[in-house]
Design a protein around this ligand. Sequence first.
Ligand SMILES: C[S@@+](CC[C@H](N)C(=O)[O-])C[C@H]1O[C@@H](n2cnc3c(N)ncnc32)[C@H](O)[C@@H]1O
Length: 251
Amino acid sequence: MDDMSKKDLVVIDYNGYDYEKFWKNSGRDYEDAADKLAIRKLLPKHTRSIVDIAGGYGRLAPEYLGRADKATLFDYSKTELAQAKKIYGDKLATKSGDAYHMPFADGEFSAAIMVRATHHFEDVEKVIQEIHRILEPGGIAVIEVANKKTLPRMIRYWRGKSDVSPFDLSIENRKDVTKTVFYNYHPKYIEKIFRDAGFEIEKVRSVSNFRSAKLKKVFRKGGLMVLERGAQKVLAPVRFAPSIYYRLKKK
Ligand SMILES: C[S@@+](CC[C@H](N)C(=O)[O-])C[C@H]1O[C@@H](n2cnc3c(N)ncnc32)[C@H](O)[C@@H]1O
């Protein structure tokens, strides 16, 4: 996708959208807690400066504010950034822009985080290269990736209910790209992109392993988080969950 120009790329615009509502009282407490647990485990305990890329209204800021001397929330949507300012005030710097061309200097940050954003990128490779550029050598990136090779997808495929093979390395576009982008990635595909960009994969976590309406009813958030705590590391080698988290180090 190297030849894609800026104007060719679709940006999913959250301006005017209340993303906080997506999380608040929406039955997604388990997924929220699972994300936060993974971040707590993967982020450095202390870092000079962190940028939360496509960070929305700063849902995850409580996980990194205490660990960084300076924290910046970066997002395309000014609605999200304004909401973050209301919540965090001066504790969190905000910057708007497009992840394909970030308004930051080479090596500006010692750490970066990007969660629930890869599924929106038509050219994920370009964004990963940008993250590599804005990190200092040895800098750490914690990136969540939407996984196409999950057990439910395998079952759907084997039963003939879906013709999208979860074993195929190519990107899965789940919706009409001209309206709303929603991509899932095969772990091998995205891991090659990380390595080609100049990252070493230091740690992997399988996250939101029990994302299922039925399981939520039976176990509730507390029960699911007991299971999740054990599963994130154990299931990482098979890249089991719909969300795979990577801790990457810039070489
Ligand atoms: C699903 S939200 C995730 C927000 C946050 N990371 C979280 O997990 O709560 C996706 C975010 O990506 C942002 N986004 C999408 N495309 C972008 C782009 N090209 N550049 C910067 N931000 C983008 C949207 O504005 C939105 O806030």
